[in-house]
Ligand binder design. Structure first.
Ligand SMILES: NC(=O)c1ccc[n+]([C@@H]2O[C@H](COP(=O)([O-])OP(=O)(O)OC[C@H]3O[C@@H](n4cnc5c(N)ncnc54)[C@H](OP(=O)(O)O)[C@@H]3O)[C@@H](O)[C@H]2O)c1
Length: 242
């Protein structure tokens, strides 16, 4: 018996990195998962890894009609996890404004619209887990738009937790610190990524980046703890404790 036997989860960004780690954990616990992302190749590889309890649904979460189609593809929904999105790094005067607008289209409005369409399909006992990042409260240079986005997601989740409590739906945020082995674009050449991550790890009391498995442990807690709502869970090796 798995803790998520008989549950249906939609995981946006489930084709790689943190979303895929969460999908692996949820499938191990007995859930049926629907993985959403833009690249069919990436999604198919993920489904091949996870087996018959996973299916792919090609979706661009920046497009509301596609988000609606994704949610419409399930009859009922027990767990919504929204990890789709990327990051934009760079000095404020250099990053083109459009890059931040695009970031918000997918990573803010993508999460809000998934929630908008999902709530009518959720029974009491269901849960929503947004994804932000520690930049929502740990100041990081060269990340102004991303920091604003993470703060906005955290605020949105707290508001929704209060609003949806009467429907028995819990709402929380996974707020990852530095996490390795994902497809995220760090804005440095791929050969420089190990050195880049090692440099940032100096800020982390545990002196290492997190893994997708670490994030999946936290996501499993948020999906199963019946008293957890309105939480922003920083999973960051102690970065924000300093
Ligand atoms: N890695 C970290 O250190 C870290 C730290 C804090 C927060 N985060 C956040 O955690 C989330 C997961 O990131 P990750 O590190 O696991 O990186 P990742 O491996 O790149 O995962 C992001 C996933 O989102 C999908 N995606 C991106 N834009 C999308 C869109 N418009 N519509 C649908 N799918 C989309 C990508 O697939 P397609 O490109 O195929 O669509 C990809 O599978 C992101 O929101 C990221 O910003 C990451």
């Amino acid at each position: 018996m798995g803790a998520l036997d008989g549950k249906t989860a939609i995981i946006t960004g489930g084709g790689s990195g943190i979303g895929l780690g969460i999908a692996e954990r949820f499938v191990r616990e007995g859930a049926q998962v629907v993985l959403a992302g833009r690249s069919t190749q990436r999604l198919e590889a993920a489904v091949a890894k996870l087996g018959r309890n996973a299916r792919a649904a090609q979706t661009d979460v920046a497009d509301e009609a596609q988000v609606k189609r994704l949610i419409d593809s399930v009859k009922e929904l027990d767990i919504l996890v929204t990890c789709a999105g990327g990051a934009v790094f760079g000095p404020v005067e250099q990053v083109p404004m459009n890059s931040w607008r695009e970031l918000f289209e997918g990573r803010f409005f993508g999460q809000l619209s998934a929630c908008h369409y999902a709530v009518p399909k959720m029974k009491p006992g269901s849960s929503i887990m947004f994804c932000s990042g520690i930049a929502g409260h740990a100041a990081l240079a060269n990340y102004a738009g991303g920091a604003g986005l993470c703060g906005a997601v955290n605020a949105m989740a707290r508001s929704l937790a209060i609003e949806l409590a009467s429907k028995g739906i819990r709402v929380n945020v996974l707020s990852p610190g530095l996490t390795r082995d994902t497809a995220i674009d760090w804005g440095v050449p791929s050969e420089a990524v190990p050195e880049f991550l090692a440099g940032l790890s100096n800020n982390i009391p545990m002196k290492r980046p997190g893994t997708a498995g670490d994030m999946a442990d936290a996501a499993f807690f948020l999906a199963t703890c019946a008293y957890a709502t309105g939480m922003v869970l920083d999973v960051d090796g102690g970065w924000t404790a300093v």
